[in-house]
Write a protein that binds this ligand. Sequence first.
Ligand code: ZN
Ligand code: ZN
Length: 440
Amino acid sequence: MDGNKLDRDKLDEDKLDWDKLARDLVEWRRDLHKYPESAWTEFRTSSVVAARLEKLGYALTTGLDTVELSAIMGRPSQPEIDAHIERAKRQGGDAGWIDRLRGYPGVVATLKTERPGPVVSIRFDMDCVDVDETELPDHRPNKEGFASVNELLMHACGHDAHTSMGLGVATVLMAKKNELRGEIRLIFQPGEEGCRGAYAMTQKGVVDGSDYFLAMHIGGGVPSGAFGLNSLGYLCTTKFDVEFTGRPAHAAGAPHEGHNALLAAATAALSLHGIAPHREGSMRVNVGVLNAGTGRNVIPGKAFMKAETRGQTQAIADYVYKRSQEILRGAAAMYETEVAVTKTGAGTDAAGDAPLVAKAGEAIRASGLFQKVLETVQGGGSEDATWMMRRVQEGGGQATYLALGSNIAAPHHNGCFDIDESSMLLGVKALVAIVDRLLQ
Ligand SMILES: [Zn+2]
Ligand SMILES: [Zn+2]
């Protein structure tokens, strides 16, 4: 981009039109909401993000250059990826940017001020949930015409709002460019659901060298008007696919010649849920999908399972995962079947660093944006930004996971989920206030 173009597009903070930004945030969020994309298929989303960030004047790293290939978990097959790329182009994605992603979504935008100062990285996740949006007429996306047009896919976790807020933060920080120092990195991550995307980005080094790292989730039980400085309690987790392979046979004519993959999988499913608890903390096991068999009179030769294990600490998670693998092998052996396991995702635990949490608290309280500031929030489930947090902390930097209050219409991952859209402008202002404080 030449200098004149940059000057022309540059916003001046005094001229920042907050009302317009508020409208833009809603417009961006509704566009993303209408065209949701699940893990590793966020091609339209990444292209829209990249096009806007480029226009703002950010230096971009995209797609294949943002992920370590050997660390990728849970990516769909290449034919599926190709189909999603086609859909992204059909649904108004930026074809040029989609091609430049080279089959891997993800965008990292960097703003180097050329003035000495810390490196601040912020993570925004972009993927949707595999759930059908409700058809109930009073669900706002239906009433106002921005419900998902992609079957079985929906932004039911609020990552459409996260991505929009990322663009909002990018807009404001670029407008304030002349008063910033150090370096800002805005990381737009694919595949948070199922903990699939962050690890590969982390292994590629996208957060390396960061002095501060921030992530933020909307909703999560925190009401509108409240803000959490330090989300705790994310469970360490491993997600895995399991395939049992037996031998099909006639169910009446030669049952003794069959090796029953369905029974092996069913035995495994029951036994996985019977793993003994750990005295040092909580753990979870879930078999979420189990498919087997081909016909009524055939000994099932194949069974397929999607499962996950979680633990309050990495040690507990390691315990429950190890036991799960022993059970899978044992159940397979009982029915003379083979078992193959593929890891499809993983998240670890992390906690905010006290000095960063304190600075964020100062910034948020001084901003007067929120009626209630919470020192800690209990994060539910698992979250793979924890890999980025841990990497930054191991490198000597500080990290925290923020919680943006928003009244939600239904629980996360439910087809009736919706956010309070007015929270988004507050989220942008909150992140900018914290960045300002960190750069002082
Ligand atoms: Zn979610
Ligand atoms: Zn989420």
